[in-house]
Design a protein around this ligand. Structure first.
Ligand code: WTA
Length: 629
C-alpha cells in the first residue's frame, strides 16, 4: 500500500431545498451523530425495536476484537420482517415488486403475492432436502424468482450464495465449491440487449467441476422449453405446483448466517463474505429508511443486479424490511435506446433512484436530450454507489436528472460492510466529489499506516474504527482472511480504499489501495484474471492492472509474456479475450493486452503491478528498491 500523500481539494457545495431536511427521517445529522456517539448501544437498540423479533436480545453488542456479535441471543427471521409484518399490517396489497423484463414483460407482486410465492418456494426447497444451514447457490437473471429464491432460503434458514449472472463457468464452479452448495437455482436464460444468455448451459458446464450440487432447480423462460435432465434437474414451476402453501418462518439466532457473497480478493481465490441474520437486518433496514428517506408512497428503484451486495442490501432486504415498492428491471440501461431508464422512471412514477457512476457517465455521453424527453418530476432522491462519483458526473446527475431539486446520496460501502457507511445525509450540504461523512451509526476515518488520523488534504487509508451491525462476521472457510481486515492497521477495519478528508470531515474516496479493479462498478480481482490468462497455452505469465477510463471508471489492462513459440500475431489478443470471457465472463475481459519480454518482479518473485501501473499512467513508480534488477 502507498504511503500518505497530498491531495488538492476543490471546494464547491450545494445546499438542498430546506424542505428536504424538515421532513427527513434524520432531520439533523449532527444531532443524530452525537446521539449515536454518546451511546452506540442505545442508538441501535432503539432502531432494532422498530422490527419484529421472536425473542429479544440480552445485549445489543458483544465486541471481542476482531469478533463482534450483535443482538446477542435474539431470535428472528428476516423474512418475517420483509413479508409477514407487512401482510399482517396495512401493506398486504401494496406492490412489493414491480418488474420489467428485457422482453417487455411486466409483473407486479403485492406484498401478499410475494409472501405466498416465497412460502411455496421455501417448501419446494425443503422438499429437495434443503434445511437450516445448508448452502444454496443462486445463479439467475434479474427476475422476481431470484428475489423469491433468496427469501425462500432465508425463510427456512438455508444460506444463499448468489452468483452474478454475468459470470462464466469457472467463476461459478469456484464459488459453488467454496460454499459447498447442495442445490443450485438457475434459469434457462437471461436476456441482454435482446439476446439470450444460456445460463443453464453455463451452469451445466460449471457443475462438471462441482460435484457437491445434488439438485438443480431451473426456471424455464424460453419457448420451446429446454429439456431437463430428470436425474438432477427439476422445473421451478413443477416444484411450485406441488408445494404446500404455508411455510412458517424458521427461528434463527441473530448470529446465524444469512448468506455468503463472494467478493474478489487481492490475492488468490474470491472471498466468501459471511453475513448474519440480526445485525444485517437492522443495518440495512435503518440505512434504507434514513439514507434514502423512504416514505410510505415512494417508488424505489435500485438499478444494481441482485448478484451484487447492492442488490442484496438495497433491492431485497433493506427495502422490503422497510415495506417500500421496489422496481426491478432486467436489461441494460441503454437498451432499446438511451432513454429506456428515463421512460421507466416516468411510466412507473419512480421517486427514489439509486444507480452507479459508470451508468451516469454513460448517460452523460448520450447527452441531455434523452432525459429531457421525459417528465422526471416524480424523482425526489438520487443515489450513487460503487465507485467515486466524480464532480462532472455529480453536476450532470444533479441537473439533468434531478432538475437541481433532488439531493444526491453518494454512498460509500462494501460487500464486507453489508450496509452504507458514508454519505451525505439528506438535507446536509453536498460537495461534488465527496461521498460525505460517516452516517450516524458508523465510525469511519482516514488514517496513516499506524492508524493515526491524517490531517485534511492528506490522503490515507479508509478505515472503520468500531464494529457495526451489518459487518461481515468471517470469510467462509478462511477466518484468517477475516482477521486480515483487522490486522493491517492497528485497531481498525481496513477497507482497502484510499481516501482524503476536507476540513469539514467530508470524505472523498480515491480508489482501491490493493489489487482490486473496479470496472463499471464490478469488483474484479487481478488474481482471477491473471490465472485465467495463464491457463491459455500461449501464455507464460500475466499481470493485470486497472487503467482509468472516463466511462467505466477503470478498464483492465493485461501485460502478458508468451511461452516459447507462441506468436502475438494471428489474432492472439482476440483469442485471449475470448478465453477470459469464456472462463470468467464478460466483466473480466481485458480491454487491452500488451506483450512483454518479461514482467517487473520483486526479488522474491512477486509481480510488481504498481510499476506497470505507474509506467502506464506516466507516474512515479515510488519505491522500487525491491525490484529484481
Ligand atoms: C468502491 C459495493 C467511491 C470502493 C457497495 C469499495 C466506492 C468497493 C463507493 C466495494 C463510493 C463503493 N465512492 N468508491 N460511493 N461505493 N466504492 O464490495 O472501492 O462491490 O471498496 O460493494 O467499491 O465494492 P463492493
Amino acid at each position: 500500500m502507498a504511503e500518505t500523500f497530498a491531495v488538492k481539494l476543490e471546494e464547491k457545495s450545494y445546499l438542498p431545498d430546506p424542505r428536504c431536511k424538515a421532513t427527513a427521517w434524520t432531520p439533523d445529522y449532527t444531532r443524530a451523530y452525537q446521539e449515536f456517539v454518546r451511546d452506540p448501544e442505545a442508538f441501535w437498540d432503539r432502531i432494532a425495536r422498530e422490527l419484529v423479533w421472536f425473542k429479544p436480545w440480552d445485549r445489543v453488542r458483544e465486541w471481542n476484537y476482531p469478533y463482534a456479535k450483535w443482538f446477542v441471543n435474539a431470535h428472528l427471521n428476516i423474512t418475517y420482517n420483509c413479508l409477514d409484518r407487512h401482510v399482517a399490517g396495512d401493506r398486504k396489497d401494496k406492490p412489493a415488486i414491480v418488474w420489467r423484463g428485457e422482453q417487455g414483460e411486466e409483473r407486479v407482486l403485492s406484498y401478499d403475492g410475494l409472501y405466498r410465492e416465497v412460502m411455496r418456494f421455501a417448501n419446494s426447497l425443503a422438499s429437495l432436502g434443503v434445511g437450516k444451514g445448508d448452502r444454496v447457490c443462486i445463479y439467475m437473471p434479474l427476475v422476481p424468482e431470484q428475489v423469491i429464491a433468496m427469501l425462500a432460503c432465508a425463510r427456512i434458514g438455508a444460506v444463499h450464495s448468489v452468483v452474478f449472472g454475468g459470470f462464466g463457468p469457472d467463476a461459478l464452479a469456484m464459488r459453488i465449491n467454496d460454499a459447498e452448495a447442495k442445490v443450485l437455482i438457475t434459469a434457462d436464460a437471461g436476456y441482454r440487449r435482446g439476446k439470450a444468455i444460456p445460463l443453464l448451459g453455463i451452469a451445466r458446464e460449471a457443475l462438471t467441476h462441482a460435484p457437491c450440487v445434488e439438485r438443480v432447480v431451473v426456471l424455464r423462460r424460453e419457448t420451446p422449453a429446454v429439456d431437463l435432465d430428470p436425474a438432477r434437474e427439476v422445473d421451478y414451476g413443477d416444484l411450485m405446483v406441488h408445494a404446500a402453501p404455508e411455510c412458517p418462518a424458521e427461528t434463527m439466532d441473530a448470529e446465524d448466517p444469512l448468506f455468503i457473497l463472494y467478493t474478489s480478493g487481492s490475492t488468490g481465490a474470491p472471498k466468501g463474505i459471511v453475513h448474519t441474520c440480526g445485525g444485517y437486518m437492522v443495518g440495512t433496514y435503518y440505512t434504507t429508511r434514513h439514507v434514502f428517506d423512504i416514505k410510505e408512497n415512494d417508488v424505489y428503484w435500485c438499478t444494481a443486479d441482485t448478484g451484487w451486495i447492492t442488490g442484496h442490501s438495497y433491492i431485497v432486504y433493506g427495502p422490503l424490511a422497510v415495506g417500500t415498492t421496489v422496481v426491478l428491471v432486467e436489461g441494460t440501461p441503454d437498451y432499446p435506446d438511451p432513454g429506456a431508464y428515463w421512460q421507466l422512471i416516468r411510466d412507473l412514477g419512480v421517486t427514489i433512484f439509486y444507480t452507479a457512476p459508470t451508468a451516469i457517465r454513460m448517460f452523460m455521453r448520450y447527452g441531455d436530450g434523452w432525459p429531457a424527453k421525459y417528465d422526471l418530476s416524480t424523482l425526489r432522491v438520487l443515489g450513487s454507489v460503487g465507485e467515486p462519483l466524480n464532480p462532472e458526473a455529480f453536476e450532470w446527475y444533479y441537473r439533468a436528472i434531478g432538475g437541481g431539486r433532488c439531493p444526491i446520496v453518494d454512498t460509500w460501502w462494501q460487500t464486507e460492510t453489508g450496509m452504507q457507511m458514508v454519505t451525505t445525509m439528506i438535507g446536509e450540504a453536498m460537495k461534488p466529489g465527496f461521498a460525505g461523512k460517516p452516517i450516524p451509526g458508523a465510525v469511519v476515518d482516514v488514517v496513516d499506516r499506524a492508524g493515526n488520523p491524517v490531517p485534511p488534504g492528506t490522503g490515507g487509508f479508509l478505515v472503520i474504527k468500531e464494529p457495526w451491525p451489518a459487518m461481515l462476521r468471517t470469510v467462509h472457510g478462511n477466518d484468517e482472511r477475516y482477521r486480515a481486515y483487522w490486522n493491517t492497521i492497528p485497531g481498525c477495519y481496513t477497507a482497502g480504499d484510499l481516501a482524503v478528508k476536507d476540513q469539514d470531515g467530508y470524505i472523498m474516496v480515491i480508489g482501491r489501495a490493493d489489487d482490486l479493479i473496479v470496472v463499471s462498478g464490478h469488483n474484479i480481482g487481478t488474481a482471477e484474471v491473471e490465472s485465467a490468462l495463464v491457463s491459455h497455452d500461449a501464455v507464460a505469465e500475466a499481470a493485470v492492472i486497472g487503467k482509468p477510463d472516463p466511462l467505466k471508471g477503470n478498464v483492465i489492462k493485461a501485460f502478458v509474456t508468451l511461452r516459447m513459440g507462441a506468436d502475438p500475431g494471428d489474432g492472439l489478443s482476440d483469442e485471449l479475450a475470448r478465453h477470459v470471457r469464456k472462463s470468467l465472463g464478460p466483466v473480466a475481459v481485458p480491454a487491452e493486452i500488451e506483450y512483454m519480454d518479461r514482467l517487473p518482479k520483486t526479488r522474491s518473485g512477486k509481480i510488481m503491478r504498481r510499476v506497470l501501473k505507474a509506467r502506464e499512467l506516466g507516474m512515479d513508480p515510488g519505491d522500487i528498491s525491491t525490484l529484481e534488477e
